[in-house]
Design a protein around this ligand. Structure first.
Ligand SMILES: Cc1cc2nc3c(=O)[nH]c(=O)nc-3n(C[C@H](O)[C@H](O)[C@H](O)COP(=O)(O)O)c2cc1C
Length: 200
């Protein structure tokens, strides 16, 4: 099982990247294949006329997402919303089935715990037909880090739990998926029925 890891921060000591590193290490020790998805930083501003003839950077980004079985996306909250470069990247996927029925876990590490970033990501990803099975906000991440890595055991465990939840939902039967998805999306007012059947 290939687990893609996508980071929406390009900071040199990114706490979102540190969270993904915890997830990647845990995934690897549990027989999964972590795949870091880069290239987001190189995407140009979205231009609707270029949707069908997207530049190579966009095509590579889409292909990288298509090639993973599940995805963990960690994005900071900037100015009360998801980081703009992440939204721009997701705009490039409009009209493509790239994220359709993709099992996804969302993380936002940042001062407040990224509640608004998580909400926006859940809406945008759900709109694309992705299955957001798990979310995690990490508040004041720098207080939980040492030398650029998470050192706080409870935080590490919540990230590991997020990976477990994503993998069990992705590999679970339809009824289990339904209950996991419902638990995440319905608090945001998203009707789980909009996803149709959750098989395959
Ligand atoms: C321009 C800017 C705007 C920010 N806005 C918010 C915000 O609205 N809410 C919040 O919780 N944190 C906000 N932060 C703090 C970031 O979430 C925090 O720096 C986070 O650690 C960045 O992610 P990173 O560590 O992965 O680089 C902001 C930071 C910057 C630089």
């Amino acid at each position: 099982v290939r687990i893609g890891l996508l980071c929406g921060s390009f900071g040199s000591e990114s706490s979102n990247l540190a969270a993904l590193n915890v997830a990647a290490a845990y995934a690897a020790t549990n027989g999964l294949q972590p795949v870091m998805i880069d290239g987001l930083v190189n995407l140009p501003a979205f231009i609707v006329d270029e949707l069908g003839t997207a530049p190579a950077s966009v095509r590579h980004f889409r292909d990288a997402l298509v090639n993973v079985d599940a995805l963990i996306i960690a994005v900071p909250e900037y100015a009360a919303g998801m980081a703009g470069s992440t939204k721009n990247a997701l705009d490039w996927l409009v009209g493509e089935a790239t994220l359709y029925r993709k099992p996804i876990a969302v993380i936002s590490a940042g001062t407040t715990g990224g509640e608004r970033a998580i909400e926006q990501l859940t809406f945008t990803l759900s709109w694309a037909g992705a299955w957001v099975f798990s979310t995690l906000g990490i508040e004041s991440p720098r207080t939980k880090m040492t030398n650029g890595s998470f050192a706080d055991e409870p935080t590490i465990q919540t990230i590991e739990h997020l990976v477990d939840r994503l993998v069990s939902a992705a590999s679970g039967d339809e009824a289990f998926r339904h209950s996991m998805l419902k638990e995440v999306v319905e608090p945001f007012g998203i009707d789980v029925a909009r996803f149709g059947n959750l098989t395959g």
